[in-house]
Design a protein around this ligand. Structure first.
Ligand code: ATP
Length: 458
């Protein structure tokens, strides 16, 4: 039976079994909301980052890369509004103390709610529906009133707290580093507006209920771009950015029917527009993958005010000074990783045998090719296979060597991690320097000269 729609459990189990993602600190019982990327996972993650960086820095003419430090001056999070406003609505079960995120629980029963609603509005909504919401742990319907729960994670760096000051927080989002370096980039590279800055950085959030694998973690990475435009020259650029981001997901091989747009109805006061690209996550349904926000001049104006430093841009031709408007894209690498694996997951039958495989785009696959000697106990085949393996490795191709078990089993092992090509060295190879290359998706094999392998793998 063919199955192209996995459950979330299928994905979590494959990810663990095949060395993509492990729960953090597992030998100590785990740490909720934190994950480790294993040997296969880190390769896929790095390939995704490389692909994102290429699309958002190298393929553009006016985007610059950045890697800012995680720790920032405590005032940054005050200026950005995070110390006061970066909160989710929390209620606690009076029976077993389990905490729920009220907007998400309301969403689960079809009531539209989000974390930007005022405490009063969300409390009223919750009171109207509290009899319909059961505690996920004990099943009782006896919750406290809703309160705002701040998501920033504190650190004791420099021990500011003991002096009565704000602590140094871990970053609640990666984008602040871009705003803080806007002036540095302008002063040192003199880019002309419009231009963008791109960064991939860690974010930490004290999520009330981390769940659904990498979807809602407490530690994660965000890939962000901030595009600086002249005031009121946001509309066309915003549409272009939205289109580019959509197309990028298609270039990863994600099926278009699993993506959709969602426009925010409830905008924060400074925003002009906000759209999410949603992905149809198995067992969860459509949910946010990436946010694309038209943010006006809010971010730089706030930092200008709190720092006292002039963050206006001076037009080199007219001398006009203004605080640029910002168009932001922000996606969690974990959600992207999850969407890519979920979309690539396939179950089918090949040669009368059931198999699971990942139809990953070759540029994303953790292993680009695997090399097998047909028989393990024939030293001449093993030596030739190692020669081919080293030849590909030296050319920079991520390649695996496997001589364990029959060829069918070796194919299945590679299928499950999405290796696009399996190369077998057989007795003909010893006489004519050709090998068989087997295609992951169709199982078809062709004979290829060793000298043509690099061209074939690209
Ligand atoms: P949500 O409504 O799901 O909590 P958000 O609107 O707060 O997300 P943003 O602050 O806009 O998310 O963050 C940008 C992106 O970072 C999101 O689109 C998502 O891909 C990712 N992200 C946010 N929170 C998490 C998390 N807890 N775990 C993993 N990725 C996250």
């Amino acid at each position: 039976m063919k199955k192209n729609i996995p459950t979330l459990d299928d994905i979590v189990s494959l990810a663990k079994r095949k060395g993509f993602v492990y729960p953090s600190s597992e030998i100590y019982g785990g740490l909720a909301g934190v994950y480790d990327f294993g040997p296969r996972g880190v390769e896929l993650l790095n390939n995704l980052k490389r692909s994102w960086w290429k699309a958002n820095v190298y393929d553009k003419e006016n985007y610059f890369g950045l890697d800012s430090g995680m720790f920032k001056h405590p005032k940054v999070w005050e200026a950005s509004g995070h110390t006061k406003g970066f909160a989710d609505p929390l209620a606690e079960c009076r029976e077993c103390n389990t905490r729920i995120r009220v907007d998400k629980e309301l969403g689960n029963i079809g009531v539209i709610a989000d974390e930007k609603m005022s405490e009063e509005v969300i409390n009223t909504l919750f009171d109207e529906h509290r009899k319909e919401i059961a505690c996920p742990k004990c099943g009782k319907k006896n919750f406290t009133a809703v309160r705002a729960f701040n998501l920033l994670v504190k650190s004791n760096l420099g021990d500011f707290t003991s002096e009565g000051n704000e602590p140094v927080y871990l970053p609640g989002e990666a984008s602040q580093g871009i705003y803080l370096n806007f002036k540095n980039v302008v002063d040192t590279l003199q880019p002309k507006i419009p231009f963008g800055i791109a960064q991939i950085g860690k974010a930490f959030r004290n999520e009330i209920s981390p769940r659904n694998f990498l979807f809602r973690a407490r530690e994660f990475e965000q890939a962000d771009t901030q595009y600086f435009v002249r005031p009121n020259e946001n509309k066309d650029a915003y549409e272009q950015i939205k289109q580019d981001r959509w197309n990028w997901y298609l270039s990863l091989g994600i099926r278009e029917e699993n993506l959709r747009w969602h426009q925010h109805e409830n905008l924060v006061f400074y925003a002009k527009d906000a759209w999410d690209i949603e992905y149809n996550f198995p067992s969860l349904g459509f949910d946010e993958l990436e946010g694309i926000h038209d943010r006006t001049n809010y971010d730089l104006t706030q930092h200008q005010e709190f720092s006292g430093v002039d963050l206006r841009y001076t037009d080199p031709e007219t001398g006009e000074k203004y605080v640029p408007w910002i168009l932001e894209t922000s996606v969690g690498m974990g959600r992207m990783f999850m969407a890519v694996i979920c979309d690539a997951y396939r179950e089918d039958e090949l040669g009368g045998e059931k198999r699971v495989y990942l139809a990953l785009a070759p540029h994303l696959a953790p292993v680009r090719a695997a090399v097998f000697p047909l028989l393990k106990n024939k030293p001449e085949l093993v030596a030739k296979a190692r020669e081919v393996y080293v030849h590909l490795k030296k050319a920079g191709i991520v390649v695996a060597f496997d001589d364990n078990g029959n060829i069918g089993k070796r194919y299945r092992r590679q299928d499950e991690i999405g290796t696009p090509a399996c190369i077998t060295i057989d007795f003909d190879t010893l006489t004519d320097d050709t090998v068989t290359v087997r295609d992951r998706d169709t199982g078809e094999q062709e004979r290829v000269a060793i000298s043509d392998l690099l061209g074939k793998l690209g």
